[in-house]
Design a binder for this molecule. Sequence first.
Ligand code: PEP
Length: 246
Amino acid sequence: MRRKLAAGNWKMNGTRADLAQVDALLKAHPAASVDMVLCPPATLLAPMVERAGTCALEVGGQYCHPNQTGAHTGDVSAKMIADAGARYVITGHSERRTDHGETNADVLDQTLAAWDASLTAIVCIGETLEQRDTGQTLTVLASQMVGSVPEAATGANIVIAYEPVWAIGTGKVASLDKIAEVHDFMRAELTDRFGTQTAGAIRLLYGGSVKAGNAAEIFATSNVDGALVGGASLTAADFAPIVAAL
Ligand code: PEP
């Protein structure tokens, strides 16, 4: 049985004053029967872990370098994220793929680094608008999964988030039929590669303009185990109802 997961990506937003959102979220979901993860900027990892205590909220990074230490000015390693007390890290977010030219091979290396530091990787994949409009969605997703998901994937060390690039931060959401088609396809691809048991344990998230008003119907869609949420994860007022819809 896959445990439902709501993960929030704060992106380059948040200062210490925003940690009040953690208190409010935990007030709304003190002992969640689902998994809740917030991924703040690196500066807030340790303080957010402290604020979350041993409660229902886990913390994650938004990116990790493939190396654990070294001459990489401005970067953050999985070991550092783990040292801050976080348990998850996002790899392959489309904003990283676009802004920093990260390839599938980079994402695979980052995911291996995450595992090396005992973090669970939330690997993001998704097609652009042009790829969607030219009928390439499933081909693109298949090659991203082959290229970005390492061989030793398990239900414990990886979560895969399907995030159509055109739906991120745009208010546009993939249709429920499309979400079902893609998540069924992803499960089938994982089954071919890893077998039924492992594939059946890996959680698949949808991401792209999820909010309180559309979360329940998305979560009721075939093979959707939760969501990766950007904008609507910044405040407890927006995120708590999404968690409640899981
Ligand atoms: C994201 O950044 O992963 C995301 C899904 O953003 P939003 O929810 O704002 O579309």
